[in-house]
Design a protein around this ligand. Sequence first.
Ligand code: ACO
Length: 324
Amino acid sequence: PRYARILGTGSHLPARRVSNEDLAAQLAADGIETSDAWITERTGIKARYFAGPGESTSDLALPAARRALEAAGIEAAQLDLIVVATTTPDMVFPSTACLLQAKLGVAGCAAFDLQAVCSGFLYALSVADAMIRAGQARHALVIGAEVFSRLLDFKDRTTCVLFGDGAGAVVLGASDEPGIRATALHADGAQAEVLCVPGTVHGGSVVGHPVVRMDGQAVFKLAVSALDKVAREVIERAGIPAEQIDWLIPHQANLRIMKGTAKKLGLPEERMVVTVQEHGNTSAASVPLALDEAIRAGQIRRGQNLLLEGVGGGFTWGAALITY
Ligand code: ACO
């Protein structure tokens, strides 16, 4: 088969919705000041969802996966590949993908996690696409899922207001009909410190600083230029001009970055899928969550051209041009 096609999508959000006002009240109790006005103006975010204390990444991924399988019209037993993009795995090992596989009640197919922070879904999609085109898989489940709230320092107002939890899933199938037409992935490890969680577990103890640290303005600048370049790269490789892109589905980090990207590409804002106001930045989950919501809302239709983009810690960035 020449292509990997999107057969179905699904997503899931945890139950607890936290508005900017709710979060501001929670932070105020610790003497930290923020406001709905500040968060809305700088980021476009109005609310985010937070997982419960016992809820893990695979718990969020499971309903998203089930919905995607149902939409694709295939059984979990037909999968021969599961890739989970996450920065917040359930445990050090086994991978969240293996834990999810067991929760789906299947065994035998390949399953692994992939870590590229907010670009994780684009990385996972690109890897699954390559494996399908190479004949190593016919049906692949590709998921972005995060309990990103675990990595937040609720005493740092410059980061904790930006992120949320959630999961999005896509089922890919081998096909001779056009599907994923081009992908591109990049990284620059020299920029690691602009956005990182510089800690880990060592010998049973926490070492370093396992919460998000970010130079917001540096990230902003890097993101806008990286997204523009990688978008042009997949447009050129796919041979589909920007005018023929029906929907831009960017990583949902910040409405100002997203609008800047659309403008640079000459795409009208009405052709951009926006969920950041309701979800915040859900890292690897943001693009598949936005994709699924737009498909279920009837915005995205079969045959349309989609430009997906991700950018995040690493520094990493990537894009995919897909005929849905
Ligand atoms: N509430 C109220 N005030 C705040 C808050 C807050 N939550 N956070 C910061 N401030 C204050 C600052 O202390 C500062 O005060 P000062 O002027 O008295 O020093 C003021 O607001 C302005 O702070 P800046 O950092 O200059 O604000 P900026 O306009 O750059 O916006 C932001 C910050 C929203 C983080 C922006 O830089 C940004 O969006 N950067 C991109 C980061 C991003 O999207 N990261 C997501 C992860 S990466 C990814 O997914 C691509």
